[in-house]
Ligand binder design. Structure first.
Ligand SMILES: Nc1nc2c(c(=O)[nH]1)N[C@H]1C(S)=C(S)[C@@H](COP(=O)(O)OP(=O)(O)OC[C@H]3O[C@@H](n4cnc5c(=O)[nH]c(N)nc54)[C@H](O)[C@@H]3O)O[C@H]1N2
Ligand SMILES: Nc1nc2c(c(=O)[nH]1)N[C@H]1C(S)=C(S)[C@@H](COP(=O)(O)OP(=O)(O)OC[C@H]3O[C@@H](n4cnc5c(=O)[nH]c(N)nc54)[C@H](O)[C@@H]3O)O[C@H]1N2
Ligand code: SF4
Ligand SMILES: [Mo]
Length: 780
């Protein structure tokens, strides 16, 4: 047996690129290239995908479970590790109740099949209201906005990149991130194509990013002020009679007059000094948006992770509606994933069905804000969190004031982590359950295909089989669910339960392709694969492109997808489908939901504060007085967890503090000097990197760094430690409507750190976090 080739989807980011892997006889990945036969990505690949082999074969990746004892973490067998976890969770529930066990689910879980298929069952089995995810550090505002406007928090319109003539993009940098809430392999190429066909791309960002540099126009905006810009754009559309009710939206929109009334107080001239964008540029932007034949407004993480996150998310789609671009080709459209049934029935969207114990924050989408996780662990009393299950998350580096969370985790009675690494978060775990290598893992993008700019599907079976007795990630989470529910038995029983109930529902629902058929008959038709594959087969067959269990013999099944379309199948451009998506109580788009309208008060208050400050001659109005911090995603990084891959840390990633050269000069700081960044929550020291790509008064630190803490086992990352940007972000500052964390516009002050002889080498300085974990450093 020599080298062999395998094709699969890259699991690392939202771009969904097809990869061509070369594996040697031992099953090690020796080469990775873009899969040129993938109809969606057509061979595109980025540096991260190209080093998938390094991640797959990382010697620091855990091959077996770890259990923590007095001497630190030691390897354990699967049965013992599961036993320890099951006993501890069971005991915690018995002694302190279900809410004493919290669950934190991180970003890679949205890229796996295991997450979407099994986390829900785990949450149900534990029965806890303490569910936290990376969503409240990311896109929760968009879910709230879609929930109230369209009735479904998952109905997120994506810009129809390949057909639009005009893209107004706020707070996104797809040239580094490769796109988010908009899956589009080779996003950069698709942006260039807009310009090549005569269209226009405008970027709004406090930093002249690579994306801004590629665009036709870049508007520098003061961090955290997008809502003022967006509502002034709405104002201008109404004031200049540019708001159209396109034919396809006529009679389908509520709240037009209310929105018009709300926007009256925000003419471009009033918001210009707040945003830093001249009034004329705001008016022109509104006119261009209205004039473009096909236009889309797209806001991403820069607009979500700020205190007006939900208002931004709402106003972005309000603009798409007001310009007639929602649900039409070249505008903002709803993808139609092959695995999601179109007959889904939904209950009305609402938030606050329960509230957090300490800060009284509303539940959103079934979860509580990660910004209050530390409060719930630290604050004594009934309902306190005493145990935590983490799945694919590193909140010590990713959550606001992660340094506080780090200390809180050290005080937990029990923690179990499903994670391939012993890192800043999992070092606190009593039991670590590692998922298998990427090439041993089946892949189908359940969460992301619903956000793709073309309808598309691809299934990647495992390329290297698992050793006997070695659980897949699905098995791990399902086993935890079974243990937490107190049942003993086979986790496959869980899948059987889900399959049976789904088929029963599908056969009962009118309009379903299998309406009126016998569930048992359908059950027998499911693909003979693993339980995970049977569930995927069921979902595809019930979906809009499916075979309807034989009703449409040419339709999709998992077997067909796997055997006939190993490079994926293109299911066409996005199609108008508002009629399938819209499920508000009124049956119309709610353009001006009451809770959003009420939150506009905060915009008024901001304007009033500013007016009072400038009338009083207060320096507080002068942003040059203090600084605001924003983030900086890096191409060769992925949040906190690719820094252990030598090829990726070798390149351009540096955990430096970028600042405007004028600010640097004023502070007496030169390139390479160390600067202390101080906020309400803490301080970090980083090397100054003056650059005129940043607007004055704004400084930028990338997140996901701050490695090498005692008890971690990521040797490469420890040597490229950097500092934890989230030691200075503030967990008390959130978007009130979604509970989302605020990572942009964090007030900070800067203090030059005098060089002490002998001069330190230019290096990132470790954050000053009390070392809470009892383990000794093991960084190999
Ligand atoms: N290489 C790489 N790719 C990634 C990731 C990674 O870490 N590395 N992470 C993945 C994840 S989890 C996500 S969610 C996506 C995110 O994907 P993107 O949303 O594209 O994320 P960023 O690159 O952080 O771009 C956000 C932009 O917002 C700008 N910004 C900051 N504050 C403001 C503000 O107040 N207003 C406006 N208008 N802009 C602001 C920042 O300067 C930045 O350019 O990327 C994914 N892809
Ligand atoms: N300051 C600041 N903070 C931010 C952001 C920012 O822009 N600025 N961005 C926010 C965003 S958008 C996000 S999404 C969050 C991310 O927040 P998290 O999801 O908490 O953090 P990650 O760094 O993505 O950590 C991923 C974890 O999953 C593990 N992992 C990797 N692959 C797998 C797998 O296949 N299975 C399992 N079970 N585990 C795996 C990794 O080892 C790591 O421990 O961070 C947020 N934090
Ligand atoms: S852009 Fe994203 S999906 Fe594509 S190769 Fe890079 S990491 Fe993988
Ligand atoms: Mo994210």
């Amino acid at each position: 047996m020599g080298d062999r080739t395998a094709f699969r989807t890259c699991p690392l980011c939202e771009a969904l690129c097809g990869l061509e892997l070369t594996l040697d006889e031992s099953g090690a990945v020796t080469r990775v290239r873009g899969d040129r036969d993938d109809p969606f990505s057509r061979g595109f690949i980025c540096p991260k995908g190209a080093t998938l082999g390094g991640l797959d074969g990382d010697p620091d990746r855990l091959a077996e479970p770890l259990v923590r004892g007095a001497a630190g973490h030691a390897p354990a067998g699967w049965a013992d590790a599961f036993g320890a976890a099951g006993d501890a969770i069971g005991e915690m529930i018995r002694r302190h109740g279900k809410d004493s066990v919290a669950i934190y689910v991180g970003n890679p879980t949205a890229h796996s099949v295991a997450g979407p298929l099994y986390v829900g069952a785990l949450v149900k089995a534990v029965g806890t209201r303490n569910l936290y995810t990376a969503s409240t550090a990311d896109q929760m505002p968009k879910h709230v906005s879609s929930g109230h406007m369209f009735g479904d928090p998952l109905a997120i319109p994506v810009p129809d990149l390949d057909r639009t003539d005009h893209l107004l993009m706020l707070g996104a940098n797809p040239l580094e991130s490769n796109g988010s809430l908009c899956s589009a392999p080779d996003f950069p190429g698709r942006l260039k194509a807009i310009r090549a066909r005569g269209g226009k791309v405008t970027v709004v960002d406090p930093r002249r990013t690579r994306t801004a540099a590629l665009a036709d126009e870049h508007l520098f905006i003061r961090p955290g002020t997008d809502a003022y810009l967006l509502i002034a754009l709405v104002h201008t559309l109404f004031a200049e009679d540019l708001a159209t009710t396109a034919a396809h939206l006529t009679g389908r929109v509520n709240g037009l007059d209310e929105l018009r009334a709300l926007s009256l107080d925000f003419p471009p001239e009033r918001v210009a000094p707040v945003t830093g964008i001249p009034a004329a540029a705001i008016r022109r932007t509104a006119r261009e948006l209205a004039a473009a034949e096909r236009a889309a407004v797209y806001g991403r993480i820069g607009t979500c992770t700020q205190s007006f996150g939900t208002l931004n998310s709402w106003l972005v789609d309000a603009l798409n509606v007001l310009t007639g671009n929602l649900d039409r080709p070249g505008g903002a459209m709803f993808p139609r994933p092959a695995h999601a049934p179109v007959y889904r029935r939904k209950r009305p969207f609402t938030t606050g069905r329960w509230r957090s114990r300490v800060r009284d924050l509303p539940e959103v989408n079934g979860e509580l804000p990660v910004a209050t996780l530390a409060d719930e662990i630290e604050t004594p009393g009934e309902g306190r969190i005493r145990a935590l299950i983490t799945i694919g998350g590193n909140p010590v580096l990713s959550a606001p004031n992660g340094a506080r969370l780090d200390r809180a985790l050290a005080g937990l009675e029990f923690m179990v982590s499903v994670d391939p690494y012993l890192n800043e978060t999992t070092r606190h775990a009593h039991v670590v359950l590692p998922p298998p290598r990427p090439v041993q893992t089946p892949h189908y993008d359940l969460a992301l295909l619903g956000l793709a700019v073309r309808d598309y599907a691809r299934y990647s079976p495992p390329v290297v089989p698992l050793d006997d007795g070695r659980p897949s990630e699905s098995d791990i989470i399902a086993t935890l669910a079974v243990l937490a529910s107190g049942m003993d038995g086979d986790p496959a029983a869980l899948d059987e339960l889900i399959i049976t109930s789904t088929l029963a529902k599908a056969t009962a629902v009118e309009g379903s392709p299998v309406h009126g058929r016998e569930p048992d008959e359908l059950r027998k038709m499911l693909d003979t694969g693993t339980p995970t594959e049977q569930r995927l087969d069921m979902m595809l067959r019930l979906g809009p492109y499916g075979d309807g269990f034989g009703a449409d013999p040419s339709g999709l099944t998992l077997t067909r997808l796997r055997t006939e379309h190993p490079h994926g199948i293109d299911l066409g451009a996005l199609k108008p489908r508002l009629h399938e998506v819209l499920c508000t109580t009124s049956g119309r788009i709610e353009l001006c939901p009451t809770s959003f309208a009420a939150d506009v008060d905060r915009l008024h208050a901001g304007l009033a504060r500013r007016a009072a400050a400038s009338a009083g001659g207060s320096a507080a109005a002068d942003p040059a007085d203090g600084f605001v911090l924003i983030g900086r995603r890096q191409l060769r990084s992925n949040n906190s967890w690719l820094h252990n891959i030598p090829e990726l840390v070798r390149g351009s990633n540096t955990c430096t503090l970028q600042l405007n050269p004028d600010d640097a000069a004023r502070l007496g700081v030169a390139a390479g000097d160390t600067v202390r960044v101080v906020s309400r929550t803490g301080a970090v020291e980083a090397v100054a990197d003056p650059t005129d790509t940043l607007m004055a008064g704004v400084v930028s630190l990338p997140h996901g760094w701050g490695h090498g803490l005692p008890g971690t086992r990521t040797g490469v990352a420890a040597r490229h430690a950097g500092v934890n940007a989230n030691a200075v972000t503030d967990e008390q500052d959130i978007d009130p409507l979604s509970g989302n964390a605020v990572f942009n516009g964090v007030p900070v002050t800067l203090e030059p750190v005098p060089a002490t002889p002998p001069a330190p080498p230019v290096r990132p300085v470790r954050q000053d976090v009390p070392l809470a974990a009892p383990e000794t450093a093991d960084t190999r």
